[in-house]
Design a protein around this ligand. Sequence first.
Ligand SMILES: *Cc1c(COP(=O)(O)O)cnc(C)c1O
Length: 476
Amino acid sequence: MSASDSAAQTAGSTPHPVVIEGALGEPWPAGARRDDGAVVIGGVDVRDLAAEHGTPAYVLDEDAFRARARAYRTAFAQAFEAIGSGVDVYYAGKAFLSVAVARWAREEGLRVDTASGGELETALRAGVPGAEIGLHGNNKSDAELHRALDEGVGRIIVDSMVEIDRLAAIVRERGDGPAPVMVRVTTGVHAGGHEYISTAHEDQKFGLSVAPRADGSSPALDALVDAVGRPELRLLGIHSHIGSQILDADGFRVAARVVLGLRADLAARAGALVDEVDLGGGYGIAYLPGEVPLDPARVAGDVATAVAGIATELGTPLPRFSIEPGRAIVGPAGVTLYTVGTVKPITVGTTDDGGTFVRTYVSVDGGMSDNIRPALYGAQYHVELANRVSDAAPVLVRVVGKHCESGDIVVHEAYLPGDVTAGDLLAVPATGAYGRSMASNYNMLPRPPVVAVSDGGTRVLVRRETLDDLFALDQG
Ligand SMILES: *Cc1c(COP(=O)(O)O)cnc(C)c1O
């Protein structure tokens, strides 16, 4: 048994068949392929991308982003029209937002969901009308609330009783018309991956809990009743976001039942049947070959069928719905390119027959500063040698960054050709969401650029940071 076979057994994984020519499939952007041995994204050879823009670089396939935005919008529109309701799709900008990306989302018929003053400003600079923007946040500043009101933001999702008070006071002080609000509630459903759990009590910072007290009231219902009674606020509806990387409709169905029930309770208690329900984001994608992403048409159909049934049971007319996918729109459209530096085989154990287990550490020119998800969540990614194909036997590798942390891991476990060497390009797919948006300057590393590719052309959306950018902040 060879060292890599033993290690492979330990790891419980197998090498993936290497595509030499032709389409790459999941988890690559639709249309990504190998040509002449090299990975080609949006019609652009990664060798040309690296030569022109350097590495590390985030490559964003514009057509893939647009196609995914359209797929979510049309799938949900069709499914909810079929039940006599309607739906707005908000792109959750926290996954990745730049001025160009906010424009793409709008051009594809999406609205934009923001979670801070900075994200709000990005959407506004892109020309997204305030009315098509939502503002989230569990701790919005007065300045953020003022800015939202100045720009006529379509909905402010309030997250606490304190915020309802603060917002009402701000509106009073300004002498504006009522602020459009949704109340974010926590349904006890936490979804992610294949599982969801439903708990009675919440121990996290977001929203207002629907969990009933002894007298049948709840923080969520109290907040809704309170909001209905405020002349400074116009209560649009109820908001629920249950988690991320969700791969089936179960969690959404359970949460929808809770939210629609709450809506009926509010109508009974305060005589107000609110018009809108937001079911949040969290639609899952494929990160590894062989993973099956959530199909938008299928989940839209499942959720629409469920809410129609629940509304009938409750005897309430259907509200208008909205959803907030982020990762599902931008994640699969992004690929990170790195250049290999140090390659270091490390003996990590011995076999009974006297052999050794070797893990090859492949260091690249980025790391946890451009993708914190492996360190933060143990997130798994796929990697391929991108500038060439090789006949060399695959070896088990760990792709690591250049930061001063042993947890600085890009890909925990993967196979690369055994001749992988300094100067090679590695491509890590499905990095479009929560990569650049969560990037840091740890170890004074300037953050990589975001380069859009489409139809064989490139366009820099966010340029590479320089040390001068960083020193511009250092006051000496
Ligand atoms: C994070 C978040 C989203 C987007 O989540 P994805 O997993 O990227 O789809 C949507 N709505 C709210 C309120 C969020 O916090």
